[in-house]
Ligand binder design. Sequence first.
Ligand SMILES: [Zn+2]
Length: 318
Amino acid sequence: MENRIVGVYDNEIKGPLAIIIGGVHGNEKAGVKALDLLFKMLEVEPITNKQFKFSGRLVGIKGNLQALSVDQRYISEDLNRIFLREKIESALLQEHPVDEEAELIGIINEIDRQIEEYQPNEIFVLDLHTTTASGGIFTIVNDTPESIKLGLKLDATVIEGFIKDLHGTVLHYFNEENLNRPCVSLCFESGQHDDKLSVNRCIAASVNFLSAIECVEKFHIETIHEEILNNYANGLPKHCKLIYTYKIDKNENFRMKPGFKNFDRIRKNQILATNKDGCIKAPSDGIMIMPHYQEKGSDGFFLVKDVLGEKIPKKSFL
Ligand SMILES: [Zn+2]
């Protein structure tokens, strides 16, 4: 079996434990590629930049190894919906857990091992994803004030409220209650699955994350990644809240109308999708997030609203 650990970076200056996960969905490879590059960048940084200091330990982890190897979202169930106590307990009782249950145990064991070994005072988790539709990057937070504050420092739209409408995601599990020490977790959506720049945006968000949690001071790593992130994010709302989730019923024959992108403005009663009973209309005005254009998964689309009325500014990278 492939190694779950992409890398461990630790310069023996005590600090937080930073965990970055890529490929929790096996068809979302950008996060894994970004982690590979990030560790390579960290290897060379102290050579080219004598001022470089890293506090804490960074661990890069691959999520769903089996699904990554076949380029599928998942094998038998969505790994990002089964981070649930009952599920973990039942998987632990099995002698040979398979498919996503094996992945779930693999990830949890690895993170427990890192916590045990490093004994951090604080843990921060960043879970990297991509979406089927293009047109937006955003950070999903677990709705604690700490995660919202940290999310805003990643320089992409922060969306709160997902945690209430979804269950068993990485964000639901990695918290203080389950890990017995302060833990802030968030998820970063870096753009379309096959867009090469999604990798750059994952790197930029990871660097911003490491800087926000004070593992690194102002990084000297090329600002090109951050520039790519800002090119995409500027003009998007800074902070949004989930207002509506469309759950797909197994036999309804849900079809999203073609052409929707993340952050499209939606009008009340606009036709968004169809099913066996006819048209599915928007229940209110809103902003489209993650329209469903893939085979697997049970979320049709999400509508969010802008809570601040503030946009992400265009930055200058001279
Ligand atoms: Zn995903």
